[in-house]
Design a protein around this ligand. Structure first.
Ligand SMILES: Nc1ncnc2c1ncn2[C@@H]1O[C@H](COP(=O)(O)OP(=O)(O)O)[C@@H](O)[C@H]1O
Ligand SMILES: [Mg+2]
Length: 297
């Protein structure tokens, strides 16, 4: 734990309150894209912050081990990161940071290129490591690396919902399609939320979605939902420079309004019927309070 004891995240404290808390299923939302630089981290940070502001106990997990930037985007200086967990220098719980607004963050490590070459067993190991955290959460937002590396696919498969971020560049659309294709064909993902980012207007967002939907409907067995669009917004860029979430620092900016709307709608998603493999089951258990884990506790 990186904060001193008085600031111990309430969700991690092991008191009777934590143990007795009702254990609703934790919603896991993975944010991914084919191409880099389209806005995954901006979306993850602001969606997670908007959820916290709406009273949801939220953990933001940065899994981009090659180019971590949740911590940079929020001006945090982590003592320990996921890289330290994999190097056996600390436990997963030592990496958890609680922001003043209550958002909990597990940071990754920037610039550790070799970390991007983790074995599939290590991804599963990470998923297991969460079972040692007695987290009392409503939502977990997972910020992913770009591309279709095994780790990205594992986290998307483990999540109840996947948000694929796309923007108006040919490479972004084709790479988003490639990601959706492999998620659908190889990982059994049957539903994807498409979020258009950096759009000029709503029409552009809708057109981007329709482009993806046409080709997916023709070749893939997957349902695409249009989650909406985030406008290209100078306030968001300023917030990034100030290392703060735009929804906190410029709450009436156009992108902040859009993020709050998306957070609100994400709370209405139904969990898909039927689990998508064991990793999803793990993630659900993982973040459940100890009291609900029975003999495993
Ligand atoms: N809606 C937006 N409006 C303006 N700038 C944006 C928007 N979304 C992202 N950006 C800019 O693009 C940069 C890259 O975004 P980021 O979220 O880091 O992408 P990714 O995580 O996909 O690589 C950000 O630093 C930000 O300045
Ligand atoms: Mg990123």
């Amino acid at each position: 734990m990186q904060s001193p004891d008085p600031h111990l995240p309430h969700a991690l404290s092991s008191g009777p309150e934590g143990a007795d808390a009702p254990a609703g299923p934790v919603r896991v939302i993975a944010v991914a894209s084919g191409k880099g630089g389209v806005g995954k981290t901006s979306v993850s940070v602001n969606l997670a912050t908007a959820l916290v502001n709406a009273g949801q106990r939220t953990l933001l997990l940065d899994t981009d081990l090659g180019l971590a930037n949740v911590d940079v985007m929020l001006g945090l200086t982590p003592t320990f990161t996921l890289a330290d967990v994999f190097a056996d220098r600390c436990e997963l719980r030592d990496t958890v940071i609680e922001c003043p607004n209550g958002l909990m963050i597990v940071p990754a490590a920037s610039g550790k290129r070799h970390m991007t070459e983790l074995q599939p067993s290590q991804h599963v190991g990470l998923v297991h490591a969460f079972s040692e955290l007695d987290l009392d959460l409503d939502v977990m937002v997972v910020d992913n690396a770009a591309g279709i590396a095994d780790g990205v696919l594992t986290f998307c498969q483990a999540a109840q919902d996947v948000i694929v971020v796309v923007c108006d560049e040919p490479a972004s659309v084709t790479d988003a399609y490639a990601l959706i294709k492999v998620l659908s064909r190889e990982r059994g993902v049957s539903r994807v939320q498409v979020l258009a980012n950096q759009v000029q207007d709503h029409r552009e967002g809708k057109q981007l979605f329709e482009k993806l939907e046409r080709v997916s409907a023709r070749f893939l067995d997957v349902t695409l939902n249009y989650l909406g669009a985030i406008p290209r917004d100078e306030w968001l860029r300023r917030a990034v420079q100030r290392q703060e979430a735009v929804v906190d620092v410029f709450p009436s900016a156009p992108s902040s309004v859009a993020f709050r709307d998306i957070a609100r709608r994400s709370r209405q998603w139904q969990s898909p019927s039927g689990a998508r493999g064991h990793v999803e089951f793990f993630l659900e258990r993982l973040v459940a309070p100890a009291a609900t884990r029975g003999a495993a506790a």
